[in-house]
Design a protein around this ligand. Structure first.
Ligand code: FES
Length: 143
């Protein structure tokens, strides 16, 4: 299931400072900070078998080379194993699925302030995304 970025600055100019926004399963818009302080990379078996560790290492190297303070850190499992490798930017909330090594540079650019990599972003069940972000927001499963 593909999540949709439901808010648009074309419709509401006030939304631009709070982007991205997502339509939740309860029909309410969820607004998250645009800040990215952590890049969470799943290191569990499905993601690791598909290269998540090396992808995370490349993103970390690119961020370090750019002088970024964003931390690239392992995550135990997002519960989206069939969509591996999974990467979640926190607290902003972009969730990248089926990431490949060749996507690492674009994801690093997003973290550094560039545009999100829309072809890879938020293609997971919005309910799962909401649950995982609530778990992390609550301090459980914190890194
Ligand atoms: S193995 Fe990565 S989401 Fe489960």
């Amino acid at each position: 299931m593909h999540a949709q970025n439901m808010a648009s600055s074309e419709n509401d100019p006030e939304i631009t400072s709070l982007a991205p926004a997502y339509m939740c399963t309860d029909g309410l818009l969820e607004m998250r900070s645009s800040e990215i302080s952590s890049c969470l990379v799943c290191h569990n078996i499905y993601c690791a078998e598909r290269g998540s560790i090396r992808i995370g290492e490349e993103i970390a190297a690119r961020l370090e080379a750019a002088g970024s303070r964003v931390v690239v850190t392992p995550y135990i499992c997002f519960g989206a194993c069939p969509d591996a490798p999974n990467i979640l930017l926190y607290p902003e909330g972009s969730w990248y699925t089926e990431v490949t090594q060749s996507d690492a540079a674009e994801i690093a650019q997003h973290i550094l302030g560039g545009a999100p990599v829309e072809r890879l972003r938020d293609r997971i069940d919005p309910g799962l995304r909401k649950l995982i972000l609530e778990i992390i927001d609550s301090g459980l499963g914190r890194f």
